[in-house]
Structure formats: C-alpha cells, structure tokens
Design a protein around this ligand. Structure first.
Ligand code: GDP
Ligand code: MN
Length: 389
C-alpha cells in the first residue's frame, strides 16, 4: 500500500487540496532520501516520519508543520541540505526542520550535560517557534510507542529522559493527553514489572467497582437533571503511572498502599458555561458532604499551563472519596490538548490564552537563560519551574 494514503486522508479533512499536494511532495523527497534505511524494528525508515506527521495531523497542525515532521530526519540522516529544503519548500519549512535537527545533533561529554544542553536547546527552539517543540514531542511519542525493538539499557535511558524532560514540557504546554501517554510508556519501559503489577491490579479493581461507579454517576446525573443543568458526567480511571506516583508519596512515615489509592473514585462533569460549573459545584456539595480543604478553583486562578477546572472531593456512600473535576467543554478541550487546542479547534479566546501563557513562560525562560550561561545551572532553575511541588 502507498504509505502516504493514510496521512493524506487525515490531511484532506482540514487542509486545502494544494496544501495536501505540497505535503505529498515533501513525502516523496523524504521517502527517496531515506530509501534503504531501516528502523531498529526492521521497518523502512520512512514509516517513522510519516507516523510523526500523523500524530501532528490528529492535532490539525498546519501544512508547514506536517511537511517539517515528514522531513525532520533528512538533514541529519541523509545527504539533504537546509538550502535544498529552502529551495523546494520555502524558508519556514526549512527552518522548522533545522530547528528539530539542532535539538538532536550535538554529542556531549556526560549524560547530565547532554540532558541539560538538550533541554536548554529545546527551550530556545520553542521561543523561536513553538512548532519545533511540537514536532519534537510527536517524534518522542512515536519513538516511545516503538521502543520495544531497542536494547533494554537504551530503552531505560530513553524512558528516563522521557519522564524527566519530555513529559514535563508537554505538561507545561498543557498537552495532557501526550504527557500522559509519554509517562505511561516511560513507566512501562523503566519499571516493566511494577507497571504490569499495577496495570493488572487496576483491571481487577475495575471489575469490582463497576457498580458503585455507575451508581454514583447516576446519582450526580439525576440531581443535575432535576435542577435543569445540562451536563455530562463521566467516571475517569487512574493511570498506572499516576497510581505509582501516589504510592511513592509518603503520608507521615507511611507509604500509601494500592487499596487506599483505589478507594478514591474520579469523576468529571462537563457543561456549557462557567456559571453552570459553579451551579454544578453547589449541587454536588449539597448531594454529598465535601471534604474540607480539597476545593480548588482553577477557573478563577488557572494553573500555570492554562489548565482550568473546579476540583473538589466528596465523601460518597460507605465513606468513599469521590474526586470531581467540573469544567466547560472548551476548558475540557484545553485540558486535553493545551497550546495545540488552538490549531485543533480554530481558537476561541479561552484557547488562545493558553498560547499566550506558554509564550509568557518562554519569554521568562529566555531572560533566565541570559543570566545563566551554564546549561546545568539553567536546567536546575527550570526544573523548579517545571516541578513546583
Ligand atoms: P489538586 O490537588 O486538586 O490541586 O489537583 P492535582 O494537581 O492533584 O490534580 C488532580 C487531577 O486534576 C489530576 O489527576 C488531573 O486529572 C487533573 N489535573 C491537574 N492538573 C492538570 C493539568 O494541568 N491538566 C489537566 N488536563 N489535568 C490536570
Ligand atoms: Mn525522528
């Protein structure tokens, strides 16, 4: 089958025919340039850039970004030059490809230095053009999805870097869906045994609590119906990595155990307006008793990455804890895709706000970078910013 056809179908759903054609020309160049090269899985190399492009196409990124994604390894791995790319596809695409290549090119003396320097470069590239980092994140995501064919020690090193650098960046940009997948794949590769044990326990617990989840869901839904508030109620499941992290958290001197964590049930309510979010909150606090100190208003005060939602915890039937997130549909799209929501949903003011925040953050980083010439020092200061807890 013609490898480009799947991507082409995706692109046709949101790009002009002429733009799709330009992307196809980039594909042809990349395919010929990578001819004869193989991935460590044994697949033809071109399958990788095409898969990266598909990830970005699912976020509806513009045609230049898609072209750069397809071409992202041709400078590094083939005989193609930036000038040639400028001639064929214009300066923007060529700059994006160069930006991505620069992030991976240099070799370092120590791993720490390499990581710090890579990270600093990523930040700088991001200030130049956010799309460079979106391509890099998609690149890492596909590499993580296909990690299995690498040597185990290499897998663990890449997994660690993914958890420590790439997932936090995705988080900082509000791209929760990608962050979560990076963390899950990273966790599975770094601690295969722990991952399997937790995943299987979740599966078992899921079976046992099906009924209680649906009965809480129904209670909430019917209360909102009675009050004529139009809203969607869904149960949400904890991921193995987030459970693992919670297990590592110590309460007093005691490590949390799996059962305690699984006794917390997660729900999400989405509705159409901010006002309704607060009305839903009022109804829920009336339906179940709220747990003191657990209410957070991230609508009035969004998180640094732009995330907005009301959080509260309720005491449910049998003393179970129910964590609820309440937000508008727009906030929900933002919560999933962050800065990328701007491309995916053709922006509204709320969504642009995430990009503005991201840019503000990046400007601050640039200032920071001016003051600290040293990359290790720089990454230390940024880490504080990325991991506020
Ligand atoms: P808090 O303790 O209520 O302030 O919230 P946490 O930071 O502990 O997060 C609780 C849950 O809220 C997480 O498991 C996520 O589901 C969600 N959440 C928190 N921060 C973000 C974010 O930045 N983006 C998204 N999409 N979800 C978030
Ligand atoms: Mn790549």
């Amino acid at each position: 089958m013609y490898l480009f056809s799947g991507l082409k179908e995706q692109l046709q759903s949101y790009l002009d025919a002429s733009q799709v054609q330009e992307v196809e020309q980039a594909y042809v160049l990349a395919r010929d340039a990578h001819d004869g090269q193989l991935r460590s899985s044994g697949d033809p190399y071109i399958t990788h850039p095409v898969a990266v492009a598909k990830i970005l196409a699912s976020l509806h990124l513009d045609h230049q970004t898609i072209m750069a994604a397809i071409l992202h390894d041709v400078i590094e791995d083939c005989e193609v030059t930036a000038e040639e790319l400028t001639d064929k596809f214009g300066e923007r695409v060529s700059d994006l490809v160069e930006g991505v290549s620069k992030l991976t090119q240099i070799k370092f003396r120590s791993r720490e230095e390499a990581q710090a320097e890579n990270f600093r470069k990523m930040m700088m590239a991001m200030v130049e053009d956010l799309r460079v980092v979106l391509i890099k994140l998609a690149d890492r995501l596909h590499n993580m999805r296909t990690l299995g064919s690498l040597r185990p020690d290499k897998q663990r090193r890449i997994a660690k870097e993914t958890i420590e650098i790439y997932a936090p960046i995705a988080n900082r940009l509000g791209m929760y869906a990608i962050r979560q997948e990076l963390e899950e794949l990273g966790f599975a590769a770094k601690h295969p045994m722990r991952y399997r044990v937790i995943r299987d326990s979740v599966k078992k617990a899921r079976g046992n609590r099906k009924e209680i989840v649906s009965s809480i869901c129904n209670n909430i839904q019917s209360r909102l119906d009675t009050e004529h508030i139009v809203a969607d109620v869904t149960g949400r499941e904890k991921s193995p990595f987030s459970i693992y992290q919670k297990m590592l958290e110590k309460v007093g001197e005691k490590t949390k155990v799996f059962d305690d964590i699984m006794d917390v049930y997660g729900f999400r309510v989405t509705t159409d307006s901010e006002d309704n979010c607060y009305r839903v909150l009022g109804q829920l606090h009336n339906l179940y008793r709220p747990v003191p100190g657990r209410f957070k208003d991230y609508i009035a005060i969004p998180k640094a990455n732009g995330y907005q939602s009301l959080h509260t915890t309720l005491k449910g039937p049998h003393g179970l804890h129910i964590e609820v997130q309440i937000r508008t549909t727009t906030m929900d799209q933002m919560a999933e895709n962050g800065v990328a929501a701007h491309w995916l949903y053709k922006s509204g003011n709320d969504i642009n706000r995430a990009e503005i925040r991201a840019r503000e953050w990046m400007r601050n980083l640039l200032e920071l970078q001016k003051n600290t010439g040293d990359s290790l020092e720089f990454i230390e200061s940024v880490k504080i910013d990325l991991f506020p807890d």
